[in-house]
Design a protein around this ligand. Structure first.
Ligand code: SF4
Length: 642
């Protein structure tokens, strides 16, 4: 029988880093936190709450008072398929709208939402092998520093001058691969997480990059690192996992493995496409309904105006087109069976190079900018990894900027790219990351600041400017499934804890294609999905894990690892507890129904062609779904946790 007072599975050690004082305090992990908040995202929400309960709301996420936490969960570094995903939590920089915004009806200030990002690669498992479950980082260093987490120690060290270069008159980090190679050369076998030039320049959608191409992507983690003068974290260790009952873990692990293998081998399951196409199979499904879909018509086009475009153009960036430049697998540490990532290579031309195949969401959101050049998409994906930009928010920001340019609403920025301007988009990507031009510096801010800056020079155009930016009112940017196509998906986008537009906290596409449409049912489905995803992130698993985490054999396997006995109900309760805690923190940051209910005006305009012709967000129906959603969570009608 497992002993719940012992900490197995977890490393059992947390490092509290204060960059202002240059101190590191190592403390034993609190087993009650592990039981009630599971690990990864949940544990970090609790540790963030402990901080915010002392500081009060973080009104500026780029101030030293913000906390950023990097870490793992009990399952990380075990042999469970996909258990290589780490967590990063902080108050985000992109999902904020702190100043008055008269273009938004009933606007209330939102100071930045609690954000969680998940990344794979080797880094999360190596950090755990180095001896820590969580690295909790506060304050701001007075000069550039990095963290070295090595064999049970965690040290703040000065960042070496050679890790920086001067671009556009500013000292910024070199490309992620250069920093990773340099730090790995100095510490053989280590793994590195780094901010890029974008983070150093405080771009509000800057990411952190692990192992060259795995990212804590959304929310602005790179900018938070930059604001703290923190360049990188390097981890090295070899501590093994301890098990409450190693024999039982092996037994239940084999049972779970068989179920996962069966899902990958079942051609009626989406898991069966992952080893070949990764996430890119969604391109064909969203465009024309291939790959188990119905009619398609929801691949966004022209800044979300449409969900369909010329099929001849689509073939240039289809699932098959990306398969043609894909090579061998390049997967996260210890990933098994699902294997979604592949190396990709462009042999010649201006965008020649080798890297990884871009993900569906990235491709979809750049197609939404009219970019139909597969090689350019591959190249920009590699650039985002090197310079530290979130590919998805970059796509949404660019689609908005292109619409502004097309409408003549960027008068101070001649040459700003319009839809389909591939080389202009590549150029602007670098200008944003390096803050090297007026346009780059403008677009690197959260969108309400962009709108305010543009409107200051052209007050009469304020409403038109705001119309073009679907990232207005603290949005992260909608993901690659058209927000006009599915009311449930729009609810998932509108209510996600980490900000408007996020698609990872709930996913309704298959259910809606299967007939889910009643407001109450949609609301319940989204709420249940959000609580379930909070668990997946807190367990250190990937979105593509196909087992049932609230059933056998998973529960027995988890008990054999950690000693913690969960029933289906008690584990589900953890998911709800984690999600509600994040929401409560977000309430304090200024979020309530006003934020959730905002529908960008352009999303109310029906699509004019394709299988989803006529699709648009119905505000009245969405309001009904929101009522039911708050009821499903037990929150007030105003969206507040009681
Ligand atoms: S399925 Fe893909 S993202 Fe998930 S762990 Fe495996 S390689 Fe990483």
């Amino acid at each position: 029988m497992a002993d719940e007072t012992k900490t197995t599975g977890y490393r059992g050690r947390w490092a509290f880093v204060d960059l202002t004082d240059r101190t590191v305090r190592i403390e034993p992990a609190d087993p009650a936190y592990g039981r009630d908040y599971v690990g990864g995202r949940g544990l970090q929400a609790r540790l963030l709450a402990d901080h915010l309960e002392k500081t009060g709301p973080i009104t500026d996420p780029l101030s030293p008072s913000n906390r950023i936490i990097i870490g793992s969960a009990a399952l990380n570094d075990t042999a469970v398929a996909t258990a290589g995903r780490g967590s990063c939590s902080f108050v985000g920089t992109m999902a904020r709208s702190p100043e008055a915004a008269p273009w938004i009806p009933g606007h209330k200030p939102v100071f930045g939402l609690v954000s969680h990002s998940s990344a794979g690669g080797l880094f999360p498992n190596m950090l755990k092998r180095a001896g820590f479950d969580q690295i909790i980082i506060d304050g701001r260093a007075d000069r550039p520093v990095r963290l070295a987490v090595v064999h049970g120690t965690c040290r703040i060290v000065d960042a070496e001058d050679e890790l920086f270069e001067t671009v556009a008159g500013r000292s910024v980090p070199r490309a992620a691969s250069t920093i990773t190679d340099a730090l790995t050369a100095g510490l053989k076998g280590s793994s590195t997480l780094t901010a890029g030039p974008a983070g150093w320049n405080l771009v509000d959608f800057a990411c952190l990059t692990a192992d060259r191409h795995r990212n804590f992507g959304r929310g602005g983690a790179g900018a938070v690192f930059g604001s703290k003068n923190l360049l990188a974290v390097t981890a090295l260790g070899n501590e093994a996992i301890s098990y409450a009952d190693p024999e039982a873990f092996r037994k239940f692990g084999r049972e779970l493995d068989d179920l996962i293998k069966a899902s990958v081998n079942d051609p009626t399951r989406t898991a069966s496409f992952r080893p070949t196409t990764g996430t890119t199979w969604w391109l064909d499904r969203a465009f024309n309904g291939r790959y188990l879909g119905t009619n398609g018509g929801y691949l966004p086009w022209h800044n979300f105006d449409e969900g369909a475009f010329d099929p001849a153009d689509f073939e240039k960036i289809s699932t098959e087109a990306f398969l043609a430049i894909s090579e061998k697998h390049n997967v996260c540490n210890k990933c098994r069976h699902i294997f979604c990532t592949r190396v990709a290579k462009v042999e010649s031309g201006p965008y020649a190079g080798e890297g990884v195949r871009p993900e569906f969401e990235t491709i979809a959101l750049w197609v939404n900018c009219g970019i139909l050049d597969r090689e350019a998409i591959f190249h920009m994906n590699a650039l985002c990894n090197e310079l530290g930009l979130d590919t998805m928010t970059f796509g949404s920001v660019m689609a908005g900027a292109m619409e502004l340019a097309e409408k003549g609403l960027l008068p101070g920025h001649p040459g700003a790219p319009v839809f389909g301007d591939t080389s202009g988009m590549v150029r602007t990507l670098k200008e944003i990351a390096y803050a090297s031009t007026g346009l780059g510096r403008l677009l690197g801010h959260y969108s309400d600041r962009v709108i305010a800056e543009l409107a200051a020079a052209a007050p009469a155009s304020q409403t038109d400017i705001a119309y073009s930016l679907t990232t207005a009112f603290g949005g992260l940017g909608y993901a690659g499934i058209s927000p006009k196509a599915f009311p449930g998906m729009f609810t998932a986008y509108g209510t996600s804890n980490r900000g408007r537009g996020d698609h990872t906290y709930a996913w309704t596409v298959q259910a809606e294609e299967g007939g889910l449409k009643d407001a109450r049912d949609l609301a319940a489905y989204v709420a249940e999905g959000q609580a379930g995803k909070a668990l997946v992130d807190s367990l250190g698993l990937c979105d593509f894990f196909t087992g049932d985490i609230t059933a056998e054999p998973f529960l027995s396997l988890y008990r054999a690892l950690s000693g913690i006995v969960y029933t289906p109900e008690s584990l589900k309760a953890c998911g709800r507890r984690i999600y509600a805690l994040e929401r409560r923190l977000n309430n304090a940051q200024g979020r309530d129904r006003t934020y959730d209910a905002f529908v960008p005006p352009k999303l109310r305009v029906p699509m004019t062609r394709g299988a989803r012709k006529g699709g648009a967000v119905d505000e009245a129906f969405y309001a009904t779904v929101l009522d039911a959603y708050y009821q499903a969570w037990g929150w007030t009608k105003d969206g507040r946790v009681v």
